[in-house]
Design a protein around this ligand. Structure first.
Ligand SMILES: Cc1cc2nc3c(=O)[nH]c(=O)nc-3n(C[C@H](O)[C@H](O)[C@H](O)COP(=O)(O)O)c2cc1C
Length: 171
């Protein structure tokens, strides 16, 4: 592979975040940036990458536990290299608030371990079917908005900004 080596590591419970990560990978590809898309549960050594993009959904106000573990495990590397983090959730979806600050707070909570050069929060998707029993119970109490709220244009725009930043790294 020539050019910057980029890892897109994602955590997901129901596939939404993986699909966002795939969209980001597509945009990077359009800009001539090759990347590896790997679940945080399957990442091995990551020191060979020039840049890392980490994606996680937000559950109960936090990034998924395996995404948080990824930040802790790879802290020495991630503190040293170019890093972008995106999260997705439905706290910023209609009919409620469109404020993404609760999503960003889930990233900022990991400040001890990661200092991303870029970070953002996207509207995610929620379907009450096929949930785990525990999630169904919580969803039954919280009654979150149902639907796919992903803004594919917003995802593309952010991915283009990420691509531009990576191309400036000159590894
Ligand atoms: C039990 C449960 C708790 C959730 N908690 C939050 C939350 O605290 N904040 C938020 O923005 N979204 C929350 N969500 C919504 C998910 O983050 C959203 O559906 C996300 O797009 C799912 O991504 P995934 O399919 O990759 O797991 C929750 C969803 C469930 C089912």
């Amino acid at each position: 592979m020539t050019g910057p080596r980029v890892l897109i590591a994602y955590a997901t419970k129901y596939g939404t975040t993986k699909e966002i990560a795939e969209e980001i990978q597509d945009v990077l590809g359009e800009k001539g940036i090759e990347s590896d898309l790997i679940s945080v549960l399957e990442t091995g050594r990551i020191d060979a990458y020039d840049a890392v993009i980490l994606g996680s959904p937000v559950y109960m106000g936090k990034m998924l536990v395996e995404a948080r573990e990824f930040c802790k495990q790879y802290r020495p590397y991630l503190m040293d290299k170019w890093l972008a983090i995106f999260v997705d959730g439905i706290s910023c979806c209609p009919p409620g608030s469109t404020d993404i600050s609760p999503l960003i707070a889930a990233i900022d909570e990991m400040y001890e371990y990661v200092r991303p050069a870029m970070k953002t929060g996207f509207a995610g998707a929620f379907s009450p079917t096929d949930l785990s029993e525990a999630d169904a119970q919580i969803a039954g109490m919280v009654r979150p908005p149902v639907g796919d709220f992903r803004d594919h244009e917003a995802i593309r725009v952010w991915a283009q900004e990420v691509a531009s930043a990576i191309l400036e790294l000159n590894p």
